[in-house]
Design a protein around this ligand. Sequence first.
Ligand code: ATP
Ligand code: ZN
Length: 210
Amino acid sequence: MLRIAIQKSGRLSEDSLKLIRECGISFVSSSYKLKVEASNFPLEILYLRDDDIPGYVQDGVADLGIVGQNVLVEAGCANLEVEALGFSKCRLSLAVPRGAEYNSVADLQGKSIATSYPTILGDYLAGEGVRANLHTISGSVEIAPSIGLAEAICDIVSSGSTLLGNGLREVETIFRSEAVLIAAPNLSAEKQELLDQLRFRMQAVRRAQR
Ligand code: ATP
Ligand code: ZN
């Protein structure tokens, strides 16, 4: 039996469930059960917070997972990715207050930046030769500049309206993300065989959508 971890409720949930169903796998989902078994494929589905999924798969508590590359790379688990899935696309961007002067990333030298992605941002800044003070906060990053916590932010941007509403302007995209299928490092031969079947079906679903 393969065990797959997906996000319980959020921007990945609906498309993750849809993809599994489109692979021809039947299961009865209910909002209070955190674990369900499929009826026609040896698959068990675990519903978790997305942030916990890379760790569970890395440790082999779950064999597979569906998570955003942003969360995967931030967790230092990029090596677990086996298949890009094409949904939940978003970008991680730097933003500064609308009136602030900004010509290039060098202008962030010595500045304080609030983010939930210190690893990805730290790597990016190091690559640009910029040193800044990173403040790691787990949510509501966009309000940091207006309350004096930071001079810039780095966060997930989709429409840009949250930035605008908080008086911020997007200045740099540092990472592009989509949902990916991840797998534990040392699957048994039986589980690897099931994973191959599942990937084959996922690829067929994606081809049919193009
Ligand atoms: P959880 O409660 O599970 O921790 P969360 O609040 O961290 O959820 P969501 O906002 O549901 O996470 O986002 C889940 C993932 O969906 C993100 O990590 C990212 O990969 C992707 N995502 C985020 N924003 C968008 C967006 N606007 N459009 C598409 N995908 C997005
Ligand atoms: Zn999360």
